[in-house]
Design a binder for this molecule. Structure first.
Ligand SMILES: [Zn+2]
Length: 407
């Protein structure tokens, strides 16, 4: 919906072509939407009064129940509390009514549902480099809600689909695969199909950008971070496409958003406009790293296992702009090891060797460093690496095997 929802729905096995096609919009160059013109259209405690919107909200309530019970959700209380606090800061006048969920899906995405709840994908938390960037995405999503984009887009597209279609899709989400509760990607992708019915026009995206820029600046974040997070998304998409020797994927976010260059230019101009000279702005980087620290290894692990080396390498390089550490070096090695092409062993070995120098190197970095040392015939050093691994992870399932390797 916002970033890659179209893509998500396109990938779904369950979705026919018609739904995605209905989402395509045409756009022409238009004047920048100015942050000061973006007044919220709803206030606290908003409830729909028109029948069509009421029906929509009822369906969304069911969808929310399914999502809230999904085993794809990450329910770490500290982290969800952190996200809740964040949407409270940048959600505008309806902030207290909004709900926020964190899904364990390694994609760069966040979606706002028509009844005011939002789902953040873990892939977004991996990519944001500070709290301001995450706040920017959440504020953009809040902008869609505050400007009532869902119901507007729904009414625009009424001729092409109807409530019945959504109803059957929501039922499909709840009932698909007897005995299997919502909790796998396919069912979530079906939710993506629901959302594609409310796909936004480029004009709406521009409004959400302008509103989001204002919301984060008012909350004390540097507004230019909105452009940075978008830049990162463009860069990653291009790196992935370049690596695979393909053009950017069709049906990706670029179809539904203003062209990347004009969007970047607009975001920068809006950021300059909402920045008050002399006011201190804080990107909240330390707070952010503290909040996501516990799940960062898991998110990096998810990413390298996507088997998209172009994107993964781009991402790790970007994160390393804030400083290399043992975790990033280790997962850099994992990209090469899992790719397993000519000379990738050597590349991986170099990364593992670089990783173990840092105090935050994960235990597995020592394990793989030991294995690569053994291959190079450096058994003495390998032994040291293995014993360090065993100290860090004494109950590792492969501990007996490692002991054997140590001779
Ligand atoms: Zn959007």
């Amino acid at each position: 919906m916002c970033m890659r929802c179209l893509e998500l729905s396109r990938r779904s096995l369950l979705v026919g072509g018609g739904v995605a096609a209905a989402a395509l919009t045409t756009g022409t160059a238009q004047a920048r939407v100015r942050p000061q013109d973006m007044q919220p259209l709803i206030g606290p405690g908003f409830k729909p009064t028109d029948r069509d919107e009421q029906g929509l909200w009822q369906l969304m309530e069911r969808a929310e129940e399914e999502i809230a019970g999904s085993n794809l959700l990450m329910n770490d209380p500290a982290l969800t509390g952190y996200l809740k606090n964040l949407i409270g800061r940048v959600g505008g006048p309806a902030a207290q009514d909004m709900r926020i969920y964190l899904a364990h899906i390694p994609e760069f995405n966040a979606v706002m549902f028509p009844s005011g709840f939002t789902v953040i994908f873990s892939g977004l938390l991996l990519r944001a480099r500070n709290e301001a960037q995450l706040a920017g995405v959440i504020a953009h999503e809040s902008g869609h809600f505050l400007r009532r984009h869902m119901i507007r887009s729904w009414r625009d597209q009424k001729r092409k689909s109807d409530l019945l279609a959504i109803g059957s899709m929501v039922a499909g989400v709840g009932g698909a695969g007897a005995g299997v509760y919502l909790g796998d990607y396919v069912q979530l992708a079906e939710l993506g199909a629901i959302l594609s019915l409310f796909s936004y026009s480029r004009g709406m995206e521009a409004e959400a950008d302008a509103m989001g820029t204002r919301l984060i600046a008012e909350a004390g974040y540097p507004a230019a971070e909105m452009a940075s997070v978008w830049q990162q998304l463009i860069g990653e998409e291009s790196a992935s496409a370049r690596y695979r020797g393909k053009r950017r994927r069709r049906g990706s976010l670029f179809d539904s958003h203003p062209s990347p260059d004009s969007r970047m230019a607009d975001l920068r101009a809006s950021a300059a406009e909402v920045t008050i000279p002399g006011r201190p702005y804080d990107n909240g980087r330390a707070r952010y790293l503290n909040a996501i620290g516990p799940i960062r290894p898991m998110m990096l692990d998810d990413q390298v296992k996507l088997n998209d080396p172009g994107a993964s390498q781009y991402l790790i390089q970007t994160l390393a702009q804030d400083g290399w550490n043992g975790l990033l070096r280790f997962y850099e090695g994992e990209i090469w090891r899992l790719r397993n092409r000519r000379d990738d062993d050597d590349r991986a070995a170099q990364s593992y060797a670089a990783a173990v120098v840092y105090p935050d190197a994960p235990a597995d970095a020592f394990r793989w460093h030991g294995i690569s040392l053994l291959k190079q015939g450096r058994s003495g050093e390998a032994k040291q690496a293995f014993s360090r691994y065993l100290v860090m992870k004494p109950d590792a399932p492969d501990a007996p095997w490692v002991r054997q390797m140590m001779g």
